[in-house]
Ligand binder design. Structure first.
Ligand SMILES: [Zn+2]
Length: 294
């Protein structure tokens, strides 16, 4: 006997299919909202994107790892970049998302996010020359971290760039992101960016469009330029022998911001490239593969 297909059973089937696809739907009086995790898990030092498709959305926030991650407008709705620290414990975390509609209605959504290992390595000891040993002072390190994080922590809602980020120069990876490095005095420290090999004076390009927010000489990073790309995404370029940009200046992807060098806590010419998202240092190489929603 053929079973009559009712509207209700079709609706159940649609919801079941969407659940199987990892999608969550919220039917509201005004519109249909679809929330998608664009990942199965997020590795330490990388970013996972949560996409919202729908209309009449004013904004939103995701809360995970005791941090808040804002949603930004896209052509289809909203998107949020969940950046995961290299030291985040490997386990499954609850995530709470609150979306706001233009009429003031709030939509709550809860799920979990699994954090997987970033696969970081330990490097051979770094031997700094005697004239740079003061750069191993933890107070110098702490002050510089605080200073850069006061820059990286600000979120510009406008997105200046589109498309994937490029490498700032052509060089092999001399030292990967997240590695554990030990210096002369036995102190160990995690690598907050990636080192690209480059001879003295190699031009360094902006990896994406953005606004220069920092350009000066720091003890450890040496001559460093920081670019704000919007949506809480920053790139920085360290140990340069010279820089050609000033804070406030808009740059386009590929514009030369300076020349590689060995200023600061460096043992030879190279480029230390960092990417920070929502105040967290990520692996620039893996970030360059991220496809952002339009
Ligand atoms: Zn480095």
């Amino acid at each position: 006997m053929m079973r009559k297909i009712t509207f209700r059973s079709l609706l159940c089937l649609a919801v079941l299919l969407l659940s199987l696809l990892g999608l969550q739907t919220h039917a509201t009086a005004q519109s249909q909202i679809v929330i998608t995790k664009e990942f199965d898990y997020i590795e330490q030092g990388t970013v996972g994107i949560i996409k919202v498709v729908g209309t009449d959305l004013a904004g939103g926030v995701a809360v995970i790892f005791d941090r808040q991650y804002p949603f930004f407008p896209t052509s289809q709705g909203l998107a949020c970049l969940i950046s995961v620290d290299m030291s985040q414990r490997i386990k499954e975390y609850p995530i709470k998302v609150t979306l706001y509609q233009v009429d003031g209605n709030a939509i709550n959504w809860e799920d979990t996010v699994k954090v997987n290992a970033g696969g970081f390595i330990a490097e051979p000891s770094f031997i700094l020359p005697s004239n740079k040993l003061n750069l191993l002072n933890p107070v110098v390190q702490e002050n510089e971290d605080l200073r850069l994080h006061s820059v990286y922590g600000l979120v510009t809602p406008q997105r200046f760039w589109d498309g994937p980020v490029i490498y700032p120069l052509n060089g092999r990876i001399g030292s990967p992101y997240g590695s554990v490095r030990t210096y002369n005095d036995g102190q160990s420290r995690r690598h907050t960016g990636v080192d690209l090999s480059a001879g003295m004076g190699t031009p360094v390009a902006a990896v994406a469009n953005g606004r220069v927010v920092f350009a000066r000489d720091l003890d450890i990073h040496g001559n460093v330029v920081v670019i704000d790309h919007g949506w809480g995404v920053y790139s920085s370029y360290s140990h340069m022998s010279a820089f050609y940009v000033v804070p406030g200046q808009m740059v386009l992807q590929g514009d030369i911001v300076g020349l590689s060098g060995t200023t600061g806590r460096s043992t030879g010419p190279h480029l230390h490239w960092e990417i920070a998202v929502n105040g967290i240092w990520l692996d620039p190489i893996r970030f360059a593969r991220v496809k952002l929603p339009n």
